[in-house]
Design a binder for this molecule. Structure first.
Ligand SMILES: CC(C)(COP(=O)(O)OP(=O)(O)OC[C@H]1O[C@@H](n2cnc3c(N)ncnc32)[C@H](O)[C@@H]1OP(=O)(O)O)[C@@H](O)C(=O)NCCC(=O)NCCS
Length: 152
């Protein structure tokens, strides 16, 4: 993601979350060395045949020491169940591996069935609960991890 993608990413963020991040928060992420925002794009072809693309989903992760922490993943409502999140999760894991990371971590709302299924598909394990983590709704967070193996 670059600053030029912000408006498109914000449309997805606002459609995906009851308490969306502000554009300012995204701008700050773009400045952090340890933060990466991946965007998934769909190619579009206009009547003139000229190609362009639109953003259909994004994923934010931090790489700190040997740990990749996924902060946020979202896909536009009309683009769901087509493997977009799967692609973003796969690419994050590939990059984590390449960076020599040992662990992938994330937190997810207890009620977020779609996200829980997605993370289970990728073999994340629930290792704990942070009670009342999402203070707005008083909802618990499930902490999930996945260890990465590297050949010795
Ligand atoms: C969670 C989310 C990112 C999934 O995106 P997606 O592109 O639709 O996911 P994919 O198509 O790659 O699905 C991969 C797998 O996740 C699981 N999954 C995705 N959506 C699901 C749903 N609504 N119900 C149950 N399982 C679901 C399935 O196992 C799916 O595999 P399948 O389609 O072969 O059954 C999307 O629903 C979303 O943006 N939700 C709102 C934001 C959010 O809650 N983000 C996660 C918390 S940070």
């Amino acid at each position: 993601m670059t600053g030029a993608d912000l408006d498109e990413v914000m449309v997805i963020e606002r459609a995906a979350f009851r308490h969306p991040w502000s554009p300012e928060l995204f701008r700050r992420e773009l400045e952090h060395d340890w933060s990466t925002i991946l965007v998934a794009v769909e190619p579009l072809t206009s009547a003139s045949g000229r190609g362009s693309e639109r953003i259909v989903g994004f994923l934010i992760y931090w790489l700190v020491h040997d740990e990749v922490h996924i902060l946020n993943v979202a896909v536009g409502p009309e683009h769901r169940r087509k493997g977009v999140a799967c692609t973003l999760m796969g690419e994050t894991e590939r990059r984590a591996h390449q960076a020599g990371a040992a662990l992938l971590t994330l937190e997810v709302r207890r009620s977020n069935q779609a996200a829980l299924e997605l993370y289970r598909d990728f073999d994340y394990r629930a290792v704990g609960v942070r009670p009342n983590y999402y203070v707005d709704e008083g909802e618990d967070a499930i902490v999930m991890v996945k260890e990465l193996k590297h050949p010795r």
